[in-house]
Design a protein around this ligand. Structure first.
Ligand code: FRU
Length: 470
């Protein structure tokens, strides 16, 4: 196991790996009294390596308990990695469906093939791989090598899997399979395919396909989309398409980015017993700098977010349970303002503000360090309803456009090394990592005096640090 050498960037209430490297969330489910989140995991260094499945569980989706590694690669059917996948619960057993990764020659990491496997558990802690793996041994003949990330669900008594893939002409796509018994799978065809590699991607990773408010939603993480009009600036994106499915064909709208921040990828969702669609994402991005790697670890999940369809847009907002993390009300205002400033030694904060938003008055939220330099600055442009987030460093700006509204509502969750912003109840979101050990100094400003309701809460259980506000 790797060693943690410095705690400076360790998150307080987000899922992080005990040591080593973490990427995609996997296997979200509820089983025998616990929510489970598995994740792509390399325990032996803070870099990506042969993929294991790390594991945490929780009774409330907020406080997480570390569990032993659930899947270790190296068997015949997952020789070089247990790649991303999903979970299902049936007859008191928890099943994990995952991709086996195989290098054709160990000397060349570019040449590989992938198959799909299953493992099961009675207690939700110890997993046994199925002795007759794989359950899907090879990709359809018109597929390239990329054939991974099975997401399973049950509908009308039948099991279905969507798989991320690339066809031989270099287009990303999602393949659909079905089964009556979980072990024998039938290929049903291409559920949906990229229209062009530069606008919709040459490879689609981590598909998730579900019903929401009477429509079907396909969540995917495409590779290859070219930046356009200030959007799609991350190396890879995550987003969604809305439509309807008939006979295994998804008729859908355009690909829309789900989060506009620098650090958001490889989403997965689950449905809770009370009917909510809850999502986690990896709050990092391939090829981004991750300074925590020099401290013996890398990677964090987003907070759990609930998805909703509003006016044909996918909204994502913090789940209700997160309110239980509020430990102290640090600031509360209801008044006309030009500016509110406050500082905090602690990084564990929730900031919520509602403001009247005149077409003539832009609004900004800045998070600065002790030297007065911006760590993150967000501008809410009044006229164009454009939101521009600036994170100090290379490739600083990200942006999106929101609908006209008379009110601007902002909710931000800050942790030791992350900042998640929810605008107008989840119409737009920005997920960001940041690396500063400084106290945090916030300024909320409005160009013209405006009414503002604002609350700031301390989060988590760390009561030793205090907040000072002006
Ligand atoms: C997405 C991804 C998946 C793959 C996994 C490997 O980030 O590339 O497609 O299964 O990571 O760790």
């Amino acid at each position: 196991m790797n060693q943690i050498t410095n705690n400076r960037y360790r998150q307080n209430y987000h899922i992080i790996p005990p040591t080593g490297w973490m990427n995609d969330p996997n296997g979200l489910c509820f089983f025998k009294g616990y929510y489970h989140v598995f994740f792509q995991y390399h325990p032996y260094s803070s870099e990506w390596g042969p993929m294991h499945w790390g594991h945490v569980r929780s009774t409330d989706l907020i406080h997480w308990e570390e569990c032993p590694i659930a899947l270790t690669p190296g068997d015949n059917e997952d020789k070089d990695g247990c790649f991303s996948g999903s979970a299902l619960v049936k007859d008191d057993k928890l099943y994990l469906i995952y991709t086996g990764h195989h290098y054709k020659k160990n000397t060349n990491k570019e040449q590989y093939w992938q198959n799909q496997n299953i493992a099961f558990s009675d207690d939700g802690i110890h997993f046994e791989k199925y002795e007759n793996n794989p359950i899907i041994s090879s990709a359809p003949t018109d597929n390239a090598a990329d054939f991974r990330d099975p997401k399973i669900w049950c509908e009308n008594g039948k099991w279905f899997i969507v798989l991320g893939s690339q066809n031989k002409s270099g287009l990303g796509r999602v393949l659909l399979y079905s089964s009556d018994n979980l072990f024998e799978w039938e290929y049903k065809g291409v559920l949906s395919q990229s229209k062009h590699p530069e606008t919709e991607g040459y490879m689609w990773e981590c598909p998730d396909f579900f019903e929401l408010d009477g429509h079907r939603v396909l969540l995917i993480s495409p590779q290859g989309i070219i930046p356009n009009n200030g959007m799609f600036k991350n190396v890879y994106q995550t987003g969604y398409m809305i439509g309807d499915e008939q006979n295994g064909i998804f008729t859908r709208g355009n690909f829309i980015e789900l989060d506009s921040g620098h650090d958001f990828y490889a989403t997965q969702t689950m449905k809770t017993d009370d009917g909510r669609r809850i999502m986690f994402a990896w709050m990092d991005m391939w090829e981004n700098k991750m300074p925590e790697q020099s401290d013996g670890w890398a990677g964090t999940m987003t907070i759990p977010r609930e998805l909703k369809l509003v006016n044909n847009k996918l909204y994502s907002c913090p789940i209700e349970e997160l309110k239980t993390l509020r430990s102290d009300l640090l600031l509360s205002k209801s008044e006309f303002i030009n500016e509110i400033a406050f500082s905090s030694k602690e990084h564990q904060l929730e900031i919520e503000a509602k403001m009247n938003w005149d077409r003539a008055s832009s609004i900004s939220l800045e998070m600065k360090d002790d030297n007065g330099s911006d760590i993150i600055a967000v501008l809410f442009d009044a006229k164009d309803r454009k939101v521009i987030l600036h994170r100090t460093g290379p490739d600083a700006d990200r942006q999106t456009v929101i609908d006209q509204s008379e009110e601007l509502s902002i909710r931000a969750y800050v942790d030791t090394s992350s900042f998640e912003l929810f605008i107008n109840n989840g119409e737009a979101t920005f997920s960001e990592r940041f690396y500063s050990e400084s106290d945090l100094h916030f300024h909320l400003r409005a160009q013209q005096r405006t009414w503002c309701d604002m609350n700031v809460y301390k989060l988590g259980n760390n009561s030793s640090r205090t907040i000072i506000y002006k």
